[in-house]
Ligand binder design. Structure first.
Ligand code: SAM
Length: 227
């Protein structure tokens, strides 16, 4: 009935997937086909992420909701009932998959369309055909080995400067000033994030605030085809 049966990832595998994807506090992690919710729970509890799971099976969705409520994680975890092909994923910083190669292949155009440059996708056991992983890792756990594939959505988001009256500058916070100092029309958000030790999400949010205040013109999205 469903594309993929429910087979949970062992917790040690989940942890490694989230480590490989370098999940940081307040980043948004999507688990497509979240099963009993273990990826969401570990992402929220151990990595401080905001986790969103989509599950097509009603029994698993309900089980997942109950676990989240019992653990008091409703503020950090959202569970959605339905087919992940029908949900917008553009808010993700990280997407985790434990599906099948054939399903990953069908998902690929959606991921390429919706995910922002720099989003990490980590898949347990099944590759995304046509994409080149940046890491492939074998993980031995009890009686079998697991393969993990890490991908990064290529492309760049480049903030474009604008002229603004000097007095606007003085009302900015120190962090806004530091981010603004890198806005030269060439430096991508990801590089600014690296240089300042911030997440891509937080730099994107700061730059959006600067756009609203009239200190940055726009964020130009330069998408590249996944290789
Ligand atoms: C192999 S399990 C992985 C569960 C969990 N992500 C983990 O790693 O432990 C795959 C899950 O995806 C769900 N699933 C399959 N196709 C789906 C779809 N199109 N939309 C939402 N969930 C789906 C299944 O019901 C199952 O719970």
């Amino acid at each position: 009935m469903y594309d993929v049966p429910f087979v949970p990832s062992p917790e040690v595998v989940v942890r490694r997937m989230l480590q490989l994807a370098d999940v940081r506090e307040n980043e948004v992690v999507y688990d497509l086909g979240c099963g009993d919710g273990r990826v969401l729970i570990i992402a929220a509890k151990e990595f401080g992420a905001r986790a969103i799971g989509i599950e097509i099976r009603r029994d698993l969705y309900e089980q997942c909701l109950k676990r989240i409520r019992d653990l008091g994680l409703e503020g950090r975890v959202t569970v959605l009932h339905g087919n992940f092909f029908e949900f917008d994923l553009s808010d993700a910083d990280v997407v985790t998959l434990y599906l099948l190669t054939s399903v990953n292949e069908k998902l690929r155009p959606k991921l390429e369309r919706e995910l922002r440059p720099g989003t990490r996708v980590v898949s347990h056991d099944f590759e995304v055909p046509g994409w080149k992983p940046i890491v492939v890792e074998d993980l031995y756990e009890e009686w079998r080995s697991h393969k993990l594939f890490l991908y990064k959505i290529p492309g760049e988001e480049i903030p474009i400067p604008t002229d603004f009256p000097e007095e606007k500058y003085y009302s900015l916070s120190d962090m806004e000033k530091r981010v603004l100092s890198y806005v030269d029309g060439r430096t991508p958000l990801e590089e600014i994030a690296d240089r300042l030790g911030l997440t891509l999400r937080s730099v994107r949010e700061i730059v959006r605030g600067l756009i609203r205040k009239g200190l940055v013109k726009e964020i130009k999205m330069v998408k590249q085809k996944a290789s």
